[in-house]
Write a protein that binds this ligand. Structure first.
Ligand SMILES: NC(=O)c1ccc[n+]([C@@H]2O[C@H](COP(=O)([O-])OP(=O)(O)OC[C@H]3O[C@@H](n4cnc5c(N)ncnc54)[C@H](OP(=O)(O)O)[C@@H]3O)[C@@H](O)[C@H]2O)c1
Length: 339
């Protein structure tokens, strides 16, 4: 176990400078918890929005330890934490908003702990969390039925991914592993990255003829569309959807509302799904975490510049800089705090 554990914490909302680093008492796990020695703490847009006070969560009396995702090694088990072992490499996700992973020792509910195979680095493990689970949830239903994870679950299906961020990255890799053909519409600076991630084709979403280009890449329409910006894209999504397609909306980049042509939606029997991962019941998120681990064990998920999602590392003392980097316009990659 680490000698002099330290923890990041903030006691008020604000800019990245509100996060301080202090000594940490060795925490005791509750009966259903484990203590994980964190090696990498993953930062998501949700974490910076929470710190900025945009998420409507109260700050507990003792302050808030940031970040919901991470990877490390189990050091202590709660009395009822079944199925896990001390010394096990793990990735953790959605840990909690009060007690996060930006600490040498994180207390994590056992149900949010997944095995990290030997072939997967801590960088990869800490990048998965909410983005990969959201990706799995977005791909989880086709023709309104829960898919069974297999390398042919989406064989013969065409998937359109909007955007080129971390969720898009894992959506591309998972969809490929599920057997789909994947087309991505992203900003021009991300096109090379999404192809490195495994996309079969990509289209510059800022092109005036982007709609035409996307239609030509899948003339019969897309069976599944995963959209980061429905306000900008929903009508285009409906136009490009195949009969009985599913459109999964997981973010509100670029706006909160848009006009929807219900006639077109109905004519194709389209299913519109919206996903807010952290609000879903544990069994659905567990399905997604299991699906991510299934793909991980097969070597289907990867990060790093060569795979389209650069990793940017920060020390615990640089955690404020890490938040500032994630907030900066145009940031691409996964920011991780090393511990
Ligand atoms: N619902 C959930 O449970 C859930 C879970 C995870 C994340 N999220 C949200 O999803 C968003 C992305 O998360 P992330 O981790 O992937 O962040 P990220 O790595 O920072 O990626 C953000 C992406 O948003 C895309 N984007 C921004 N404006 C766009 C627009 N007008 N049209 C199309 N794409 C646009 C950009 O894609 P381009 O390359 O095309 O510019 C960019 O790559 C965040 O808002 C996050 O809070 C929601």
């Amino acid at each position: 176990m680490v000698d002099q554990p330290r923890v990041a914490r903030y006691r008020q909302f604000g800019d990245p400078s509100v996060i301080g680093v202090e000594a940490q008492d060795v925490p005791d796990p509750g009966p259903h918890d484990v203590v994980v020695e964190i090696r990498r703490s993953g930062i998501n847009p949700l974490d910076v929005k929470t710190r900025a006070g945009a998420q409507n969560v109260p700050i507990p009396e003792g302050g808030l330890i940031p970040h919901t995702d991470g990877a490390g090694i189990i050091r202590r088990l709660g009395s009822d934490a079944a199925g896990l072992t001390e010394g096990q490499r793990v990735w953790v996700w959605g840990v909690g908003r009060e007690v996060g992973t930006a600490a040498n020792l994180a207390v994590v509910p056992a149900e949010r702990v997944m095995p990290l195979p030997e072939n997967a680095s801590f960088d990869l493990g800490a990048s998965l969390g909410i983005p990969a689970i959201t990706a799995a949830l977005c791909l989880s239903r086709h023709e309104d039925r829960l898919i069974v994870p297999s390398t042919y679950a989406l064989a013969g299906r065409s998937v359109l991914v909007r955007g080129g961020g971390a969720v898009a990255h894992f959506t591309i890799q998972l969809a490929k592993h599920l057997g789909a053909r994947v087309v991505v519409a992203a900003s021009p600076s991300k096109l090379q990255a999404v192809e490195l991630a495994g996309a079969d084709a990509s289209v510059d979403r800022t092109r005036t003829d982007a709609q035409q280009a996307l239609r030509e890449l899948s003339p019969d329409g897309y069976d599944l569309i995963v959209d980061v910006s429905p306000a900008a894209n929903i009508q285009s999504d409906i136009d490009l959807a195949a009969f009985r397609a599913t459109i999964a909306l997981y973010a509100r980049e670029g706006g909160n509302s848009a006009e929807v042509d219900f006639r077109a939606l109905q004519a194709k029997n389209i299913t519109l799904r919206s996903i807010r991962t952290i609000e879903l019941p544990q069994d659905e998120m567990q399905w997604a975490a299991d699906t991510v681990t299934w793909a991980l064990e097969a070597g289907a998920l990867s990060v790093g510049e060569a795979h389209g999602l650069p990793i940017v590392l920060f020390s615990l003392d640089e955690i404020g800089q890490a938040h500032a980097a994630v907030e900066a316009p145009g940031f691409h990659g996964k920011a991780l705090v090393t511990l």
